[in-house]
Write a protein that binds this ligand. Structure first.
Ligand SMILES: Nc1ncnc2c1ncn2[C@@H]1O[C@H](COP(=O)(O)OP(=O)(O)OP(=O)(O)O)[C@@H](O)[C@H]1O
Ligand SMILES: [Mg+2]
Length: 397
């Protein structure tokens, strides 16, 4: 139909185009095509840029986002924020921040009263905070977030990104509780162990020890009786020697379980006994620098310090390859400072993390149980140094 409207002249032009027109037409078409394609591409490229509209991003973010002005009026809240506070975006926008977040101090005039400077990491514009949120139902919950500010249309806008950390807090609290319970259990087990050791040591010493001593006396009397066959005399001498060995072993076992000095003489004498036995057994010199009067402590503190020093000396004998040990105890301003230093090979950081080693763990637990501090290391090489500070409130006698 369209064809019928074409005039002959037009028809002619269509049929036989001049070369110049052909080239121009071709070039024109080619360029126009390319131009259109280029424009399409440019438009296509520009489109995502337009789509990356801040509001849409904020709207769809899974973290709660709020923007407030200097007077803490909420200018913008995303649905995640409304969900977190149990309300709607419309209700939040225009409200004051105080309805949803507790201020850090008494004042609540500016965003900084909610997110005070210094509450996060220094040197960063966006700063991390831990604040308390107020749910629409009145329930308070922990929030963590970061804040940054921008200047917009001549005024400062504060944007905070918030995350409800109630669950994490709950897990942390449960962990802390079970950690505390484990500590209490370990401390109770240590006390029970110590009581049992004391009990067995006493039984050995008082009961079995007395029995062996009276047997020895009987044998001495028997040896004096006349007439006595030579063979019987030799037998009695052998029995006496064996009894003496048994009594010595029994004393050693009882002392290892719990030195009597700890209950009868006090910490100073117990440490002296420990040192003497260590020197004799391992041939490593030990210098004990302490004042008897400063070491008059109650049973709990005496036992703790004694067991700590005992473990430290056992470690020196087993691991240090040392030739001497310094053991220093000073009581200063209601605290007992204990230093145990050897001149051996030194301790490495990874040694202190060995899973199956419990000596240092037990040492730390005893110190922490008394509210003290302990540092173990090889800073001033050679050797290992253990420094302990124990508060003595209620432990000094
Ligand atoms: N005085 C020391 N000098 C050098 N290394 C040490 C010293 N004391 C401890 N260590 C290192 O630290 C590790 C941990 O010591 P820890 O007392 O906890 O465990 P352990 O002695 O190996 O075993 P146990 O549980 O029987 O005490 C040791 O295995 C050892 O490698
Ligand atoms: Mg050990």
């Amino acid at each position: 139909m369209g064809r019928s409207r074409i005039t002959p002249q037009r028809r002619f032009r269509r049929r036989i185009p001049p070369p110049a027109a052909l080239v121009a037409g071709f070039l024109g078409g080619y360029c126009a095509g390319h131009l259109a394609a280029a424009l399409r591409r440019a438009r296509a490229q520009r489109r995502p840029a337009r789509d990356l509209d801040g509001r849409r991003i904020v709207h769809n973010a899974s973290d709660a986002i709020l923007s407030v002005d200097r007077q803490t009026t909420i200018l913008l809240a995303n649905p995640a924020a409304a969900h977190m506070f149990g309300t709607s975006v419309a209700a939040m926008q225009g409200s004051l921040l105080a309805r949803y977040i507790q201020p850090a101090g008494a004042a609540a005039g500016t965003p900084l009263d909610y997110f005070p400077a210094g509450g996060g990491r220094a040197g960063r514009r966006a700063t991390d905070y831990a604040v308390t949120g107020i749910h629409a139902n009145g329930h308070l919950f922990p929030i963590e977030g970061s804040m940054s500010s921008v200047h917009h249309d001549g005024r400062e806008i504060w944007t905070v990104i918030l995350r409800d950390v109630s669950e994490r807090h709950l897990v942390q609290q449960t962990l802390a509780r079970s950690h505390d319970q484990l500590r209490q259990l370990s401390s109770a087990l240590q006390t029970i162990r110590e009581e049992e050791r004391t009990h067995i040591a006493r039984e050995l010493h008082d009961d079995l020890g007395q029995l062996l001593a009276s047997l020895r006396m009987d044998l001495t009397l028997l040896a004096r009786s006349d007439p006595l066959h030579d063979a019987s005399r030799r037998l009695i001498q052998g029995m006496e020697a064996n009894l003496l060995t048994a009594i010595t072993s029994l004393r050693r076992i009882a002392t290892n379980l719990r030195p009597r000095a700890l209950d009868e003489g006090g910490l100073y004498f117990a440490l002296q006994g420990l040192r003497d036995e260590f020197v004799e057994r391992h041939g490593i010199a030990v210098t004990l620098l302490a004042e008897e009067a400063e070491l008059r402590l109650d049973d709990a503190a005496s036992t703790a310090v004694f067991r700590i020093v005992q473990e430290a000396l056992t470690n020196v004998a087993r691991h240090a390859r040392a030739s001497s040990v310094l053991l220093k105890l000073d009581r200063i301003d209601g605290e007992l400072l204990v230093t145990i230093r050897d001149d051996g090979c030194g301790i490495r950081a990874q040694d202190m993390e060995k899973a199956q080693s419990l000596g240092l763990v037990g040492m730390r637990e005893r110190v922490w149980n008394m509210g003290g501090e302990i540092t173990i290391g090889s800073d001033d090489a050679p050797g290992t140094r253990i420094d302990i500070v124990l508060p003595l409130a209620g432990h000094a006698t």
